[in-house]
Design a protein around this ligand. Structure first.
Ligand code: 17E
Ligand code: FE2
Length: 425
């Protein structure tokens, strides 16, 4: 008698297996993966034949701002394309936020991502707003969606912690309300000293409330913006590197090599995570340059080469900083390949890891991620053969299984030739 489980995915090509390798079945029951192997002798209450599609763990969105998602053009468009005009526009749009407004847009954005294979998301919530509307809304969303997508919320002080009175206390209040991580924006504090203090304060709060740290760090072309060293130093002293993320760090691309090489050693000692957001920073940065014009990205390839955990984020879906974006992480990986010149075969594969397993490390999902027996049954299938082809084709994510249950299915576009392609001339 063969065992019966809730769901069996039949004939998938396991990520990382050779093109000639055998297809595998994945059995899932009670929300967990119970078996993986060729022609499993189990019966599923539901069975899905994926006919040789690539089977992958889900994508991980390691950096997004769900509170501002889908507000592009409100109340006006960002014409300069700079970070600072984006902050000013958002500051105006913030005046009319309601809980329902934020929640509806956040859930719409999460659905855009989920149907494209994303099942884990870290979102920043702007806490530089008097009523905590973004934070309260995103905490409610985190709860409302938890059966199909995992959301982490970072308390993010968009306008700076020491730029106006009460903001520091608001950071602590945000953690009491339930934020998963402490944020920061040291390069936008009024002075260098305030920036340093803001990072140290963030770490103090993270220790006090046992939370993660994810700081918007040095998102500017200024080669004198040097807060990454402060983040690394605090992580080293407090021995909490794996719980710490430096997001953006675009100034790292502008530092002189003497300083950058020294800093590389410090971040290695610290063991911190990095998140690059290539779509956004390729467009926001370099706006003050003529030519040569900087790319405005952090040193993704070099960080990866020294074994640092680097993941990639969308940052924006149609908001004051970036009017495009659909939350497609294969597009993000593709743009990283170009912007960071990650074109070698192992580098291309690394870019796929940056939207999957590396993102899981950034989010500290330890033990709750990956295609292995005993792991939660979160699985996606793509109409492609391997991770490089997935990035090249921006492959369609066809099946998304969340917590052992099918969540959403997409049929790839179909093309029909009406004349013989050989005779089209
Ligand atoms: N806020 C910020 O400081 N930087 C960004 N890239 C976005 C919001 C999207
Ligand atoms: Fe960001």
């Amino acid at each position: 008698m063969t065992a019966t489980v809730a769901l069996v995915l039949r004939r998938g090509r396991l990520l990382g297996s050779p093109a000639t390798g055998e297809l595998v079945d994945i059995a899932m029951d009670g929300g967990y993966i119970t078996a993986i192997g060729p022609r499993l002798a189990v019966t599923g209450a539901q069975e899905i034949d994926v006919q040789g599609q690539l089977v992958s763990p889900p994508f991980v969105e390691s950096h997004i701002h769900l509170d501002s998602a889908l507000t592009a053009g409100q109340p006006r468009w960002n014409e300069s394309g700079t970070l600072f005009e984006g902050i000013a526009i958002w500051s105006d749009r913030k005046q009319s936020l309601t809980l329902a407004d934020v929640q509806e847009r956040a859930i719409a954005a999460l659905k855009m991502q989920a149907r494209q294979g994303v099942l884990f998301v870290r979102s920043h919530a702007d806490v530089s707003e008097p009523n905590f509307t973004p934070l309260k809304a995103l905490l409610a969303v985190r709860e409302a969606v938890k059966d199909w997508i995992t959301v982490q919320v970072v308390a993010f002080p968009q306008d700076g912690i020491y730029s106006s009175p009460g903001n520091a206390e608001r950071m602590e209040e945000a953690l009491k309300l339930g934020a998963d991580a402490v944020g920061g924006i040291p390069h936008y504090e009024l002075t260098r000293e305030d920036g340093v203090k803001s990072v140290q304060y963030g770490f103090d709060l993270a220790e006090k409330y046992d939370r993660l740290v994810d700081i918007h760090c040095d998102e500017i072309d200024d080669d004198q913006s040097r807060f990454l060293e402060v983040v690394a130093a605090e992580a080293i002293r407090r021995n909490m590197g794996h719980r710490v993320t430096a997001s953006h760090t675009t100034a790292f691309g502008s530092y002189n090599n003497a300083y950058a090489f020294k800093l590389m050693g410090f971040v290695k000692r610290a063991g911190i995570n990095f998140v690059a957001n290539p779509l956004i920073n390729l467009t926001l940065q370099g706006r003050g340059d003529t030519y040569p014009k900087r790319r405005g990205l952090t040193r993704v390839k070099e960080l990866w080469q020294q074994g640092q955990n680097v993941s990639l984020g969308s940052d924006c879906i149609q908001d004051p900083w970036y009017s495009l974006g659909t939350g497609n992480l294969l597009e993000v990986a593709s743009v990283a390949v170009h912007g960071c010149q990650m074109t070698g075969r192992d580098q291309l594969e690394a870019c796929y890891a940056m939207i999957t397993e590396n993102g899981a490390r950034t989010l500290n999902l330890a033990g709750n991620y990956g295609l292995a027996v005993g792991q939660p049954a979160n699985v996606i299938t793509l109409d492609t053969t391997d991770e490089i082809a997935a990035i090249r084709d921006r492959a369609t994510v066809c099946t998304v299984i969340s917590r052992g249950v099918p969540l959403v299915t997409t049929v790839p576009a179909q093309t029909t030739w009406h004349r013989d392609p050989g005779n089209l001339s």
